[in-house]
Design a protein around this ligand. Structure first.
Ligand SMILES: C[S@@+](CC[C@H](N)C(=O)[O-])C[C@H]1O[C@@H](n2cnc3c(N)ncnc32)[C@H](O)[C@@H]1O
Length: 279
């Protein structure tokens, strides 16, 4: 791959996904694209570039799958269980019930292969079993997952994980409670899968319609984008959350650096922070 081919391909990647490949990332890009170029029968990167420029849906989808980092794990981050399971879900459930609403609407934006969405479903089930959701029934709650990668969405919808994926962050007790062992791997139980749905969404192309999510998780994805893209996504995300609803980002991410639409809140007595829209 030459420098100018790298420049063209990273511009296409940025336009399609918002993801930035820095000057020093050429080797990384080559490692990610070479298998794809071979699969498409390209003799060299020049050939591959021609295909990428034409941008048929198949090529674009495969390109997106190749350039996205879909690293994820169960619960991920120390705050996840205590802040979301122990504090926010009970709080939001009780507030919703007092306001006459019978469900929580939750969105895992950039859901990758689904571990984040199913971790939320587990926390709802655990919260209900401990009586912490008041009269709210988990069966009424909705967890929507979205991602730009079709490969990620396919795995998320399937809800099947191999031993390696299962070992990453999932306590053994929860494994036996919420998964069925298959001949090879594990399947998320139907009572959790029923709460979830997974759809394609490019965060850079979010529409302008207001929405009424109680909780949005936007974790470990903004880091790949330009400052402008982060600001645009965060500003728009504020219109998707109901007053009193919350946004949760990754451990090292800070929405206040990019957008004025948010207020930081702290979990009482805990270390976790979350964000509420100013509207
Ligand atoms: C590192 S994973 C994070 C998964 C999960 N949120 C977590 O924290 O474990 C980042 C995900 O963002 C998705 N992604 C990248 N660019 C995107 C975009 N423009 N719109 C939507 N999803 C995107 C990738 O496909 C990938 O699945």
């Amino acid at each position: 791959m030459t420098q100018s081919q790298f420049d063209v391909i990273r511009k296409i990647v940025e336009d399609v996904t918002g993801i930035i490949y820095e000057d020093g990332d050429m080797e990384f890009m080559i490692r990610r694209l070479k298998p794809l170029a071979l699969r498409f029968g390209c003799k060299n990167f020049e050939d591959f570039l021609e295909k990428a420029k034409k941008g048929t849906t198949v090529v674009r989808n495969n390109l997106v799958d190749a350039v996205t980092t879909r690293e994820t794990l169960w619960f991920r981050d120390r705050y996840f269980e205590p802040m979301i399971g122990g504090f926010l879900l009970p709080k939001l459930a009780k507030e919703a019930t007092s306001a006459g609403r019978s469900k929580l609407k939750i969105w895992s934006a950039a859901s990758s292969s689904g571990q984040e969405a199913y971790s939320l479903a587990i926390l709802l089930a655990e919260g209900q079993a401990r009586g912490e959701l008041g009269t709210m029934r988990m069966e009424n709650c909705q967890i929507k997952g979205t991602d730009i990668s079709m490969a990620a969405l396919e795995s998320a919808r399937r809800g099947r994980y191999d031993g390696v994926a299962m070992a990453r962050g999932l306590p053994p007790l929860l494994k036996s409670k919420y998964f069925d062992a298959l001949e090879s791997g594990y399947q998320v139980k139907e009572r959790l899968r029923r709460l979830t749905s997974f759809d394609r969404l490019n965060l850079l192309q979010m529409d302008h319609r207001r929405d009424d999510f109680d909780m949005v998780l936007l974790r470990n994805v903004l880091i790949y984008f330009t400052k402008e893209a982060r600001a645009k996504i965060l500003d728009r995300m504020a219109t998707k959350i109901r007053p009193g609803g919350v946004l949760i980002v990754g451990g090292s991410e800070d929405p206040l650096r990019y957008s004025k639409a948010w207020t930081r809140e702290r979990m009482p007595g805990g270390t976790g922070a979350y964000f509420t829209p100013k509207h």
